[in-house]
Design a protein around this ligand. Structure first.
Ligand code: GLC
Length: 661
């Protein structure tokens, strides 16, 4: 969905606008799924060894290998007894359920699982592989640096930055004895209602394709090294295009749109050698062609026909968390349809034992052919062998157990730079940068504390149930502003700006935002409008309280999606979309506050970010209606300023009447 400057958007009359037109470089439209050649070629020696191991495995051992259990529900001795091939930690799971577990605690638990898997009675023991959602740094681990979520990285338009973050993430993950990351998310989100919009880099398929390659190469390195981790291209396919942005909903795009909008991220990931793909919860109903492919986890035409066939993927396909229960006729722990469709490894976090029993029975009764089991196990062993897991226990990595790998000066500097590059300046009527200001008033709930600043997937799945003590190395905006102003000035804080003499300050910075969420819990469910202040009236109240007092108001919005914010923008002299910046809010202060003291050398000083998605200029934006959006690619800088006039404010208190799609 592209949009240029419509009538309303023209209110953003700027001297120079990096608009979507600059991006509209001619893109060839693919007519079919392209054959991708992976840089990780088939190694005859590995293939021979795999075949020998598989030939010596019992049915129980093979099905165990196809099973992934969660660390809250499985012990090392059960991994040994049931030949379990993989484990994961979901968001909010830590060793011994100790939220503040150390890097050494993680590494110790990993070694226990690995040793258990290597002490089975199999002819050739097969090492267990541990996967984790390190989706913006090693976000489950106490003290880790958290980078901006993908939406902010998309705004930065800096593929090398993404590669560098992936490399640092791999090092952090390996320090904890984990060798597999469930990233990158390659959704090309078309509707910001989706609660996972922030896990998407952009609505631009070509940007997602480029980022996918950089991320996979950064994370996987040469696959075997002690600082490498296996990547996961997810969620295959079409998760970012469901009707009305409904999480786990129905994608109704055409075959050509699926190939050319939702596919490019996978082309980028597979041509960089991604070794695993996670199937998607969504279904695909190609309405235009009258072909309903159904839920992806049961779609053999997609998982086998397209992914493994046409695209030529020879790694493993993993199911999503209990996703197989959504396949018609399946249960949470029993789904021969998904096995036969092409899923190789099953994320059955708690019900792993029932899954093993049911699947063994399906093979014995012929519901699942042994050839499919052998193919799945072959793919799983292929990924493990290619990533060196047979020869090198996770503990063999020189990074293993080293706490500085999850938080160090270099990582904090990289994250800080990423924050600065992610910021998008939507309005600046001569308010920024703050130069020799002495007295700053900071207001807004999001300026102090980390919930809105970090978003979901931060120590917990939802990013909730955390306190500042859970992020010992993080810096919120208030602390960053105080550092930036230094001893020569003063920075006061009032969350709601009540009883504050605004006129006694040189400037006000209002830091507001969404409260954290993940997945469906973050959906803005139709017919609710996309107006931020409708969901968060406290944010409008605090900006109103400081606006119009003769003191410039700079509003910084933390959000996991583009939102309708005309009312907030009108009340602000400058407006910055900061997305979900992660632990280093100093990257925001670097760009906003140019006072002499407190600025680290070499930090950013101007904006460079541009909108990764169209930005709503209506409470119920109509897909394809140019006037309803500020176009993807828009972004002001200090070097290229622009005046933004008063925007129309038309709330939709009764909700949106027509589907947003
Ligand atoms: C979640 C997500 C997926 C994640 C998995 C494991 O439901 O859909 O992205 O990797 O479960 O946490």
């Amino acid at each position: 969905m592209k949009s240029g400057l419509g009538a309303t958007a023209a209110a953003f009359a700027v001297l120079s606008l990096a608009t979507a037109t600059a991006e509209a470089a001619a893109k060839t439209t693919l007519k079919d799924w392209p054959k991708i050649s992976s840089p990780v070629a088939k190694d005859p020696a590995i293939e021979k060894r795999i075949a020998e191991i598989v030939a010596g495995m019992t049915l129980e051992q093979k099905v165990g290998q196809m099973t992934q259990a969660e660390i809250r529900s499985v012990t090392p001795s059960q991994v040994r007894k049931y030949y379990i091939g993989s484990i994961l930690n979901g968001g909010g799971a830590w060793p011994e359920m100790n939220k503040h577990a150390s890097v050494a605690d993680w590494a110790r638990l990993s070694a226990q699982f690995y040793e258990a898997s290597m002490s089975t009675d199999m002819k050739t023991p097969v090492p267990v592989i541990w996967g984790t959602d390190a989706v913006h740094g090693h976000n489950n681990v106490f003290g880790a640096v958290l980078y901006p979520h993908n939406i902010g990285l998309g705004a930065a338009r800096d593929p090398q930055l993404v590669g560098d973050i992936a490399r640092q993430t791999a090092a952090a993950v390996r320090a904890t004895g984990i060798t597999w990351v469930f990233a990158p998310t390659l959704a090309v989100v078309q509707n910001p209602r989706w609660g996972r919009t922030y896990e998407s880099y952009s609505s631009d398929p070509e940007l997602v394709r480029e980022y996918a390659g950089y991320y996979v190469r950064g994370l996987q390195g040469d696959l075997k090294g002690g600082a490498s981790a296996v990547a996961t291209a997810k969620h295959f396919i079409g998760d970012g295009g469901t009707f009305n942005g409904k999480d786990q909903g129905e994608n109704r795009y055409s075959l050509s749109e699926m190939i050319n909008i939702h596919g490019p991220g996978y082309y980028g990931a597979l041509e960089a050698g991604a070794q695993t793909v996670m199937a998607s919860y969504n279904s695909w109903n190609d309405v235009a062609a009258g072909v309903n492919h159904g839920k992806m986890h049961g779609a053999s035409d997609m998982l086998t026909g397209v992914l493994k066939g046409k695209l030529g993927f020879d790694g493993l396909v993993i199911s999503d968390w209990n996703a197989i229960e959504q396949v018609p006729g399946c249960e949470r722990a029993h789904c021969p349809q998904a096995i036969n469709a092409g899923v190789d490894l099953f994320m059955v976090p708690d019900d792993w034992h029932e899954f093993i029993m049911a699947t063994i029975n399906d093979v014995k009764t012929g519901v699942v052919p042994m050839s499919r089991i052998d193919d799945a196990v072959t793919r799983i062993l292929r990924v493990k062998m290619r990533s060196g897991l047979f020869e090198n226990p996770p503990a063999a990595s020189p990074l293993n157990g080293r706490s500085e790998s999850v938080n160090n000066e270099a990582e904090r500097a990289l994250a800080r730079r990423a924050v600065s590059e992610s910021l998008v300046l939507l309005k600046n009527n001569r308010a920024l940068p703050l130069g020799s200001v002495k007295r700053i008033l900071v207001v807004g709930k999001a300026a102090s504390g980390f919930g809105s600043q970090l978003g979901g997937w931060s120590m917990t799945w939802q990013g909730t149930e955390n306190g500042s003590a859970d992020f010992p190395n993080a810096e919120d905006f208030l602390a960053a502003a105080r550092k930036a102003v230094g001893m020569g000035g003063k920075v006061d804080y009032s969350a709601d700006a009540a009883n504050v003499d605004v006129g006694s300050y040189d400037a006000v910075i209002a830091v507001i935002g969404e409260l954290p969420y993940a997945e469906g819990k973050g959906d803005v469910t139709f017919p609710a409008s996309l107006q931020h202040s409708e969901r968060y009236p406290e944010d409008l109240a605090v900006v109103k309280a400081v606006s119009g007092k003769g003191v410039p108001v700079i509003t910084v919005l933390y959000s996991g999606r583009p939102v309708y914010a005309n009312d907030l923008i009108n009340l602000s002299d400058a407006f910055v979309a900061a997305w979900l910046p992660g632990t280093e809010a100093g990257g925001i202060a670097d760009v906003l506050i140019h006072s002499s003291s407190g600025r680290p050398v070499g930090t950013a000083s101007d904006f460079r970010g541009t909108l990764p998605f169209d930005w709503p200029l209506a409470a119920c934006p109509q897909s394809g209606k140019k006037a309803d959006y500020l176009p993807r690619g828009f972004g002001l800088t200090y070097a290229k300023p622009g005046a933004v006039h008063t925007l129309p404010v038309k709330p939709a208190p009764k909700g949106c009447v027509a589907p947003a799609e």
